[in-house]
Design a protein around this ligand. Sequence first.
Ligand code: NAP
Length: 247
Amino acid sequence: MFSLDFTGKVVLVTGASRGIGKVIAQSFAAANATVIGTATSQSGADSISEYLAGKGCGLVLNALAPETFEDFVTQVEEKAGGKVDILVNNAGITRDGLFMKMKDEDWNAVISCNLTAVAKLSQLFMRGMMRKRAGRIINITSVVGEMGNFGQCNYAAAKAGLIGFTKSLARELGARNITVNCIAPGFIESDMTSALNDEIKEGYLKNIPLGAFGQGQDIADATLFLASDGAKYITGTTLDVNGGLYM
Ligand code: NAP
């Protein structure tokens, strides 16, 4: 039987100020990990430090500013007192609109935040994992990357790209005992989804066999499992957590 005790492990969760990332960070802290969570503002980072209550802290990270990433790695290692064992690439944004009218800046921001930054952060943090010959990289993709979605060409492209990236990196890092996996949430209640109109929400609900939207905790539970010893033989996969919306 595997345990969900992460004593001695350093976990980095991007986008931990709210939504899914916050529940993931809180769950790792409850499971005794040292957690570093990120927000785009200092006040967001402070709120993370507050809820982690001594089990880690919040730091500022803007995924759209790759020139800051090297310094960010140094800060994470200083604050955590060691290298990252488990990287959860959760931060994500949407800039929805019909592709016919989509502005280049909306395409570029979504690809940069949801795909390019995930790749760069993985490259920077996997170095420490390679030295330890152990590690976990968990990328939060989306059901939209698997099935597509009206008005989300940029987001679907980034999230589908993440799945291909994950499979390829899993092949490269397998020999180093580092697993790389995706979790693909369906419709999870959060700030990101509260922006959708009621018609779209009702449309989703009709197509969810389990008859309800998901909660952040559903994604956090899947994340802790993939980070645990129980998932040591799982790599390159995408774990769907969507109530059956897509199967
Ligand atoms: P959310 O509530 O909107 O929270 C987004 C998080 O990302 C916040 O912590 C935010 O920080 C951070 N963030 C935003 N822009 C950033 C940037 N430029 N650089 C770094 N961090 C940034 O989102 P969520 O719904 O919890 O989604 C979390 C992940 O799950 C995303 O990757 C999303 O695509 C994926 N997902 C969500 C759903 C869903 O139904 N909610 C479904 C499928 C996939 P600030 O607070 O500082 O802005």
